[in-house]
Design a protein around this ligand. Structure first.
Ligand code: SAM
Length: 226
């Protein structure tokens, strides 16, 4: 696992996350890449599968994949250059339990060719999604009622959704959207066994490290598909 100086964490976060904002509703993202089968993506296609949505450069997933080799990790990110670099790193390091897909996660998971991904997931994380503060931009937020419906229709019972953000308004919005769906129930963090999850060592994302260094609040919740 990488241990980085707080200055490097902040700079890395700013480089990866704050300099470019992409409008996910742009028609540039209507076309999605061909999704390989699980056995093309991973060395062992039967391992538990975790999906991280909005994974940026994928540092969090690299940290997880290198340590938890009995899990497969999949990242979806809308900024193409970050995905190209992450895919190159996977090839160079010959990592067999990590794969990245470029595009708007809403479009990708709404497409019939990725139904098998949703069906095979054990968990999904939304870590510090873009907040899109202006009301007229709320529709650009990754979590939308239609998106949660797609997930609730295809996820297996018992699949977990993790949300985390430092923006209270965004947290309330995401929590309301997920909780309004009858098929998702909140899990109390006290009753949750991280050791059995996709992130047993509580590895942190770049944004989370930045938030901790800057002593900001973190709002998080776990849901289970019932
Ligand atoms: C604020 S950054 C957080 C990155 C990382 N999860 C973390 O915690 O450090 C949000 C990321 O989500 C990506 N993103 C935003 N909307 C997306 C979408 N619709 N589909 C896929 N990725 C998206 C952004 O490009 C950005 O990399």
């Amino acid at each position: 696992m990488n241990i980085m100086h707080p200055y490097i964490i902040a700079k890395k976060y700013i480089d990866n996350c704050m300099r470019q904002h992409v409008n996910p509703l742009s028609s540039n993202f209507n076309q999605i890449e061909i999704i390989p089968s699980l056995s093309e993506m991973f060395g062992d296609s039967k391992s538990n599968l975790h999906l991280d949505i909005g994974c940026a450069a994928g540092d969090f997933l690299f940290d997880l994949a290198l340590v938890n080799t009995s899990w497969n990790y999949l990242g979806i990110e809308i900024r193409e250059k970050l995905v190209k670099n992450a895919k190159l790193k996977v090839l160079e390091r010959e990592i067999k339990n990590l794969h990245f897909i470029f595009g708007n996660a809403n479009n990708i998971l709404n497409d019939v060719q990725s139904k098998f991904i949703i069906k095979n997931l054990k968990s999904i994380s939304f870590n510090f999604p873009d907040p899109w503060f202006k009301k007229r931009h709320y529709k650009r937020r990754i979590i939308q009622p239609e998106f949660i419906n797609i997930l609730s229709n295809s996820l297996q019972k018992g699949t977990l959704i993790f949300i985390k953000t430092d923006v209270k308004d965004l947290f309330d919005y995401m929590d309301y959207t997920i909780s309004s769906n009858f098929y998702f129930k909140t899990i109390d963090k006290k009753d949750f066994h991280y050791s059995e999850s996709f992130n047993p060592n509580k590895v942190k994302t770049n944004r989370e490290k930045y938030v901790i260094v800057n002593q900001l609040d973190i709002f998080e919740r776990i849901y289970i598909k019932i």
